[in-house]
Design a protein around this ligand. Structure first.
Ligand SMILES: [Ca+2]
Ligand SMILES: [Ca+2]
Ligand SMILES: [Ca+2]
Length: 499
């Protein structure tokens, strides 16, 4: 490159070309704990996946399941957020499947706007790959992001990604018109890049791009850019590419990326990607025509032999834990569910004196065990646990009230917990009465001992009782609550009010 001006501008062009791949660092809802139940007698399989905001502060807008028993033809369905305690970020769906064959599935979690996705594996290295062997990575709106470019082939409409043991595959789609790279001797020229980043890289500043370009000495290839402050991209290796209508397929060998010392390990959990188009009207006039939102990508898919025998789950250490400070009946029933197939449970209940209650767990990896709990606030006699992994139902034997719980039967009215606590508008306070009381006095004091509430509670029935408190014209801070009558003063509970 003898012309220094050309050299400088080329550096700039390629920097722009690669800059879009940095969008891969945008927040996306990471996929964790993808699981499925065993296939039930009716053919149903339950699917669960957690769309977590950690470590990035992603906004989660949904999740999908893509499944197939005849790869590469996949069906994609929306999943529903469970949203209950322990399942705040868990999405679920139930699908019906045949009794034999191989089930292949993968999950996509959707943020606003960034997505994360697993992908089907292109096991046979089909080239160009069937579209079903590539996962959609973004919801790309029509229209150029940077206006003023009228060529419709510069309007990206999709970015898709897949993998095999040997290759990483991408497919870009545009709004039509083929995928020209060269407008003739005088230009314009066009560049199409699919970026890949490794978020595990400590600096997150190195990105790679499969690029279709034919400009000066730069032809189609896998390029690497270090940093954003300058420096020439380096060509790491060849790509294969193929165009068909609105599709541009590209692939490079995984080894051409992992062979680079800056990449790190492969697969290294999640990595990222974004695609862009570049129009080079002249050396002085070039424009980033369009770019997709960045996405997280897992080179991972799931398979299940539908005819394989199921391993029944195992329940261990059923019982009652006293995890909370309380002196009224407030019992945490708990049991550990372990499934060697990592099947999520479709039934996770405790039966207390004949009624079923749902246990929950924030641990959604089941092959190493998950603790399920249920918080119960009324006296009881007998209980047992019942779980199902989709196919096999397991129960514990019936258990009875432990002596330690019996010993808590109160002789007076006893103060219980407040929920929520801390609270910012209203809290619910429980207490337990051993018998009928015509009236009791409720007192709430601030931290200096000043009484801020004095309320008479009337016609109190034996057992669990509740009252609600919404502070009015009080400052944030610590408050204490207690109950009393002429004979007895309950223990004192502590509240944290945060406006
Ligand atoms: Ca577009
Ligand atoms: Ca199982
Ligand atoms: Ca676990």
């Amino acid at each position: 490159m003898k012309n220094p001006l050309k050299f400088m501008i080329l550096c700039l062009i390629l920097l722009i070309a690669f800059a879009a791949t940095a969008t891969a660092q945008s927040p996306y809802p990471a996929i964790i704990n993808p699981t499925a139940s065993a296939r039930g007698l009716t053919g149903n399989i339950y699917y669960n996946v957690d769309a977590t905001t950690e470590p990035s502060p992603a906004i989660i807008s949904g999740a999908t399941l893509s499944y197939s028993t005849s790869v590469p033809t996949f069906t994609t369905v929306n999943m529903t957020n469970i949203g209950t305690f322990g399942y705040e970020y868990t999405y679920e769906t139930t699908q019906n499947h045949p009794a034999t064959g191989t089930l292949t599935y993968y999950f996509t979690t959707k943020g606003s706007p960034n997505w994360a996705t697993e992908s089907p594996k292109n096991t046979a290295d089909q080239w160009p790959p069937n579209d079903g062997l590539l996962a959609q990575t973004c919801n790309e709106p029509t229209g150029d992001l940077a206006g003023g470019v009228t060529d419709n082939f510069m309007d990206l409409t999709g970015y898709y990604i897949g993998y095999s043991d040997t290759y990483i595959y991408v497919r870009l789609t545009n709004a039509g018109g083929g995928w020209p790279t060269d407008g003739g001797w005088s230009g314009p020229y066009y560049s199409y890049a699919a970026g890949i980043t490794n978020p595990d890289h400590p600096e997150d500043s190195i990105f790679y791009a499969l690029t279709l370009v034919d400009f000066l000495t730069y032809g189609p290839g896998l390029y690497k850019q270090v940093g954003t402050g300058g420096g020439l991209p380096s060509r790491l290796g060849d790509i294969d590419y193929s165009t068909s209508g609105n599709n541009l397929y590209m692939r490079c060998t995984i080894s051409s990326i992992t062979g680079d010392a800056d990449w790190g390990t492969w697969p290294s959990g999640i990595f990222g990607g974004g695609a862009q188009t570049l129009k080079i009207a002249s050396l002085e006039d070039f424009i980033l025509a369009d770019g997709t939102d960045g996405a997280g990508f897992y080179p991972h898919t799931h398979t299940m032999n539908l005819a394989a025998a199921n391993t029944a789950p195992v329940l261990t250490d059923p019982g009652i834990a006293r995890l909370k400070f309380t002196i009224s009946p407030d019992d945490i029933f708990q049991v550990t569910y372990t499934d060697a197939n990592n099947n999520c449970p479709t039934v996770h209940n405790v039966n207390i004196d004949g009624s079923f209650y749902i246990l929950s767990s924030s641990d959604h990896s089941y092959n190493d065990g998950a603790l399920f709990t249920y918080d119960h606030r009324v006296p009881f006699d007998n209980f047992y646990f019942i779980f199902c992994d989709g196919k096999d139902t397991v129960e514990t034997e019936e258990l009875s009230v432990p002596d330690a719980v019996k010993a808590r039967i109160p002789e007076h009215f006893l103060m219980g917990n407040a929920y929520p606590n801390p609270f910012n508008s209203k809290t619910e306070i429980s207490f337990f009465a051993d018998k009928y009381y015509s009236k009791l006095e409720l007192i709430i004091s601030d931290i200096s001992g000043r009484r801020v509430v004095s309320r008479t509670l009337e016609t109190i029935q034996p057992g669990q009782n509740l009252f609600y408190w919404s502070p009015e014209n009080l400052n944030s801070g610590v408050y204490f609550y207690t109950l009393r009558n002429q004979d007895w003063v309950s223990s004192t509970g502590k509240l944290l009010y945060i406006k």
